[in-house]
Design a binder for this molecule. Structure first.
Ligand code: 5GP
Ligand code: ZN
Length: 138
């Protein structure tokens, strides 16, 4: 637990939250400022600032929990879709530096905007970048 971390305080019960799911490794709560009704955030109980710091064990369990909660959300809310998204670092829009996954229920006609302007690669550029990144994978 990190003393100044708001999500660690929520996990510890010092700050109340509307909790959807909890097990030994994760707590899933309602986001306090939701993009849509039912917007949830999934918090590992261990403090990791972001994906880069996360351990393999927590990472491998995260998607299983996310799928279970997302399925329950879809059934209960009757949403047409759901975005699972996760910000790492200020540049990527992260505002709370305790790793978390957003689960955002989506309706066909909602006005939530997660779009970006699409760019394009020059000849051979994508392959070159792919090769360079691949060399660093441990
Ligand atoms: P980020 O921008 O870091 O990806 O997302 C942080 C999220 O945490 C935001 O959607 C914000 O509304 C939510 N949040 C921040 N403080 C609290 C809090 O005290 N309680 C809950 N339930 N959500 C919070
Ligand atoms: Zn924390």
């Amino acid at each position: 637990m990190q003393n100044q971390c708001i999500f660690c305080k929520i996990i510890d019960g010092q700050i109340p939250s509307a909790t959807i799911y909890e097990d030994e490794d994760f707590k899933v709560i309602m986001d306090i400022s939701p993009a849509a009704v039912g917007h949830a955030i999934m918090l590992p109980k261990k403090h990791f600032s972001n994906l880069f710091e996360m351990d393999d064990n927590t990472a491998s369990r995260a998607l299983i929990v996310a799928r279970k909660v997302a399925t329950a959300m879809k059934e209960e809310l009757g949403c047409d879709g759901l975005n699972m998204l996760q910000n790492n670092g200020e540049a990527a829009g992260q505002t709370v530096f305790h790793y978390h996954i957003h689960l955002i229920p989506r309706m066909k006609e909602d006005t939530i905007n997660l779009s970006w302007q699409q760019k394009s690669y020059g000849d051979g550029e994508a392959a070159k970048i792919a090769e360079a990144i691949a060399k660093r994978i441990l």
